[in-house]
Design a protein around this ligand. Structure first.
Ligand code: EPZ
Length: 424
């Protein structure tokens, strides 16, 4: 298995271009199932997860034209040859579950494996299923599969989510575009990726309004057409490199950044004493730290516009070298502190108590071999490794390949000493 070797202690200086957002791209790709015409997605991130979903779509009969390394992907679902998404494909990546709603809306039936739990928590899909049922789907869960039918089509309905869910909001939105009548989603997630999906759906002829607010209204239409859409830039990738620059020190400008989507993160970094200059019009965020101390602060993860859970691990790496004590509270997932013991291997002082991690800043981290169990946890170890003295080896980097495009290239372009080592 490949690993990353990082020689820490170099400051980062330069510019980093931001790629398209994984978590937007995955839902946009699922939207291709709603139309018989081609959907062309530009600014597509070349990631293990997006490539994986393209294979699942191909297995359903979608013609996929996406040359290796290219950032433009053309998906043509003129004919579906299958409406079954098998266990192996959904188990490996939870976002695959989102093909259920579009296939059901278009074909009147679909069978998709339940995704199961994952490293960061149990992650049920009850909210997805309740929303589809409210839209008139007849659902049976048998042998680990959801068998869904809506012989006379889906019907618009009011769906009130008991808790905020990004995936369930997107799933309901996708399915409701082809339902008869109006659907109103209340207590909807407000993540920027939801507005990106709505933009694309509207270009395809859907009538979605209110995306990005807590109430999303969808007026169902007969059919959708193809379109071209540019995937929004990745706010988590942006936040990750911002924290890498702050942890290692230096002066880094993130280009093509979704500045408005990162208010909570920018605010948190500024409260730590980091110089962050954000220009929403230019789409740039410049992060500077030249020898100044980092101030420890507390953060709580929250649904958007709060501090994102997907930046919690990276922020913990930063706080592990701050002055003072930081309390980091994870409110979204029940088991998302698995990076804490690995950061401790690098010398961080972290105690986990239930939903809280208490991070007592240390003067200096020291390199060590580490490994992680999920994507954001892995990259938090990269950040810590960049700030640490000596060599850090990050194992199991297939997690990183799921969500960070050209990570080593982007970091080494700013002076990081980082290389991929081929495993046996
Ligand atoms: C999305 O996951 C993202 N994934 C996650 O990013 C992100 O951490 C998360 O939203 C929160 O921002 C994608 O977009 C592909 P949720 P999602 O439904 O949609 C519970 C990354 O690293 N819940 O908003 O699955 C759930 O268990 C990934 O890129 C239910 O109880 O998240 C969690 O506690 C990791 N029942 C909470 O809601 C349900 O039916 C919020 O999850 C659905 C969710």
């Amino acid at each position: 298995m490949d690993s990353l070797k990082i020689t820490g202690g170099q400051t980062l200086n330069g510019t980093i271009p931001i790629s398209g957002a994984k978590n937007s791209a995955l839902k946009l790709m699922a939207a291709s199932l709603l139309t018989r015409e081609p959907l062309t997605l530009t600014n597509m991130p070349n990631l293990a997860d997006t490539r994986f979903l393209s294979q699942l779509l191909a297995s359903l009969g979608v013609e996929v034209y996406w040359p290796k390394g290219d950032n433009e992907c053309r998906l043509n679902a003129a004919e579906l040859t299958s409406t079954i998404a098998p266990y192996d494909q959904v188990r490996k990546m939870r976002a695959s579950f989102n093909v259920l709603g579009p296939m059901l809306a278009r074909e009147g039936h679909a069978t998709v494996s339940l995704p199961g739990g994952c490293a960061i928590g149990a992650r049920p899909v009850d909210l997805h299923l309740n929303a589809l049922e409210a839209l008139g789907a007849d659902l049976k869960v048998e042998a680990g599969y959801v068998k869904a039918a809506a012989i006379h089509g889906l019907k618009g309905a009011k769906v009130v989510f008991p808790i905020v869910s990004v995936g369930a909001t997107e799933h309901a939105m996708l399915a409701a575009t082809l339902a008869k009548g109006e659907t109103v989603l209340e207590n909807a997630a407000r993540e920027p990726e939801i507005a990106d999906l709505a933009d694309c759906l509207n270009k395809m002829g859907a009538k979605v309004s209110g995306a990005g607010t807590a109430t999303v209204t969808i007026e169902g239409v007969e059919s959708l057409s193809g379109t071209q859409h540019s995937v929004m830039p990745d706010r988590i990738e942006t936040g990750t490199y911002a924290m890498a620059a702050a942890a290692a020190g230096g002066d880094v400008t993130l280009e093509g950044a979704p500045v408005k989507a990162l208010g909570a993160m920018i605010d948190a970094m500024q409260r730590c004493g980091i110089t962050v200059d954000a220009d929403a019009d230019a789409g740039t965020i410049r992060v500077q730290r030249n020898g100044t101390a980092l101030q420890a602060i507390n953060v709580d993860t929250q649904p958007h516009p709060g501090f994102p859970t997907d930046l919690q691990a990276q922020f913990m790496a930063l706080m592990s070298i701050a002055d003072g004590t930081s309390v980091i509270r994870e409110n979204i997932f029940e088991n998302r502190f698995m990076h804490a013991p690995e950061l401790s291997r690098l010398g961080a002082d972290i105690q986990v108590r239930g939903k809280e991690a208490i991070v007592q800043g240390v003067k200096q981290l020291r390199g060590a071999p580490v490994m992680a169990t999920d994507l954001r946890a892995s990259v938090s170890l990269v950040i810590a490794g960049l700030a640490a003295e000596g060599e850090t080896q990050v194992n199991r980097i297939y997690h990183l390949d799921r969500g960070f495009e050209r990570l080593e290239e982007k970091l080494s372009g700013c002076g990081a000493v980082i290389e991929r080592v081929d495993g046996e």
